[in-house]
Every structure is written in structure tokens, then in C-alpha cells.
Design a protein around this ligand. Structure first.
Ligand SMILES: [Cu+2]
Length: 309
């Protein structure tokens, strides 16, 4: 944290100096530094939701996401960067050393066995390295641990339904909050919902995912989830939330006009809070379906909104 503050101060001082200089190179440098400063300003990514101006992946809140972030940040990104710089260097060499002026009489030879072996062999090796880590990640996604909780998740045009078969909680629907409601509750519009999915922290949550009408997709970046909800088929995925909080996701498969209006809100609570929430679901009406700490809108109201869509 301290180092970040010092770095920002230094960047600001440099920007001021360059502004004073006013040369062409100074202007380019200034733009780069300004970009650096704005990245610094947004470096603190929000947990469970997108950060304005943020770059990179959302912070991880489950083991799968940690693995996915490692694969992206440590394996793929460096390889892509090195390859891009290498190709750029080759291009620049061609442009500057072998143009008509610099190289008026080109060599006549063609074919070089060593280089041909290298440019076939090296890419194969690089792909094999990527494949090893890629398959590890794929296996991790499919190594389902013994579930502590099972939730059936159904995608509808355009909202989600959550059912807890083992807790005998029948399906309730989850709709996005209007802009006014979201503002009033100080929650992100088009991410917050009226009825969140509620899960206990440190539990293996098994999601059984299906679609009721067209193909939807469960995308929750903080947990590394991205699984299609296909009509007539049940797909399975899992996550184990590492800390309590609210995590937002969206439908990740273009599913019709209101595709952007079916967010996913997952509320991770303590085991006690979860038990209390389950008990509340079984309480006689009218105190139906309030998520902890969220204002308790009625199940009936949600169903009505859903029907209106
Ligand atoms: Cu959808």
C-alpha cells in the first residue's frame, strides 16, 4: 500500500515535469504516465463485482477461480506477450534491415532445415506446455467434491429460478432490481436482484443447471463459473466460496432481448445465517423468501414481475 502511494507521487511528479517540457516525446510519455496513474487509481478491484476502469480478472473467491487466474496470468499471458514481442521484433528486422534501400541485392537462397525444424518444433512444445496446464484446470472443474449443498438453477427468459431440493425449498425466482430500487439500496444496477441465491461459506455448492426455454449461461466471475443452461439437459458445476459477501454474475449466453436483464446474485453467509434463512423459507406466509440483510420483497411480487416479462 505504502509503495503504491510513493509510486503514484513519483508518477505525478514526472507527469508535471513532462507537461512543462512540452516536446513530442514528452507528450507521448505523459499519456503513458497518465494511463499508469489511472490504472493505479483503480488497482483496488472490488470483490464479486466489476470495477470501473479495472483491468484483469475479478479477484478470486473460490479455488477454481484461483486456478483459472493462475492459468491466465502466469501461463498464458507471459507466453502470449513473449510471442507477440518476438514476432514484432522479426517484423521490425524485416522492415528495417531488408528493405530495398538497406538491402539492394537480396540473397538467393531458400530453405533452411534447422530453422524449419525449429519453427515446427517450438510451437508444438509451447502448445504442449499450455495443454498440460489447460487439462489440469479442466480436470479441476470436473473433479466434483462431495456436495454440502445442492441448488437447482433454471434459466428463464429473462430471470433465474433457484430451488434447494434437500432443504425442501421450492423454486423461487430472482429478478433484477429497477434502476430506482438499486439506487435506493445502493447496490449495482443490473447486477443486484430481488431474491439472491443464498449459500453458506466454505461449503461445496453443487449447481444443477438447466434452461426452461432457450440456452442461458451461469457466469459468476469471482467463482470462475461459466456453465451453459441448456433446455432438456442438466449441466453441473461447483464452487466453494472462501469468504462471506455478495457476488454478482450475469447470464453469459445471448438469450433474447432481455439477456442483459437477468443478473445472478449470490449471497455467501455464515452457516448459522444460512440455517436461519432456510428456517425463514419454511415459515408460514406472508413472511416469504427474504434474503438476509436484503429488504424482504414478497415471493408473489417476484412471480408477478416474472410473469409480466
Ligand atoms: Cu439468459
Amino acid at each position: 500500500m505504502r509503495a503504491e502511494v510513493l509510486l503514484m507521487r513519483w508518477l505525478r511528479a514526472q507527469t508535471a515535469k513532462m507537461r512543462a517540457a512540452k516536446t513530442w516525446t514528452a507528450k507521448v510519455g505523459m499519456a503513458a504516465l497518465a494511463a499508469g496513474i489511472s490504472t493505479q487509481a483503480f488497482a483496488q478491484d472490488l470483490m464479486g463485482q466489476p470495477t470501473p476502469g479495472g483491468i484483469g480478472l475479478q479477484p478470486a473467491a473460490s479455488v477454481l477461480k484461483h486456478k483459472a487466474a493462475f492459468f491466465h496470468n502466469i501461463i498464458l499471458l507471459p507466453i502470449i506477450t513473449v510471442i507477440s514481442l518476438f514476432v514484432l521484433a522479426l517484423l521490425l528486422i524485416c522492415v528495417f534491415r531488408f528493405n530495398k534501400r538497406a538491402n539492394p541485392t537480396p540473397a538467393k537462397w531458400s530453405h533452411n532445415t534447422l530453422i524449419e525444424i525449429l519453427w515446427t518444433g517450438l510451437p508444438v512444445l509451447i502448445l504442449m506446455v499450455i495443454a498440460i496446464f489447460s487439462f489440469q484446470l479442466l480436470y479441476a472443474y470436473h473433479a466434483f467434491p462431495k456436495p454440502d449443498l445442492t441448488i437447482k438453477m433454471t434459466g428463464y427468459q429473462w430471470y433465474w429460478g433457484y430451488e434447494y431440493p434437500d432443504q425442501k425449498i421450492p423454486e423461487y425466482t430472482s429478478n433484477y432490481l429497477s434502476e430506482a430500487d438499486a439506487k435506493a439500496k445502493n447496490v449495482p444496477y443490473l447486477l443486484a436482484t430481488d431474491h439472491a441465491m443464498v449459500v453458506p461459506v466454505h461449503a461445496n455448492v453443487q449447481l444443477l443447471i438447466t434452461g426452461a426455454d432457450v440456452i442461458h449461461d451461469v457466469g459468476v466471475p469471482a467463482f470462475g463459473l461459466k456453465t451453459d443452461a441448456v433446455p432438456g439437459k442438466v449441466n453441473q458445476t461447483w464452487f466453494n466460496p472462501e469468504q462471506t459477501g455478495v457476488y454478482y454474475g450475469q447470464c453469459d449466453q445471448l438469450c433474447g432481448t432481455n439477456h442483459a436483464f437477468m443478473p445472478i446474485e449470490i449471497r455467501v453467509v455464515t452457516q448459522d445465517e444460512f440455517n436461519a434463512w432456510v428456517a425463514q423459507q419454511h415459515a408460514p406466509a406472508p413472511a416469504a423468501a427474504p434474503a438476509p440483510s436484503a429488504a424482504p420483497p414478497q415471493k408473489v411480487a417476484a412471480a408477478a414481475t416474472a410473469a409480466a416479462h
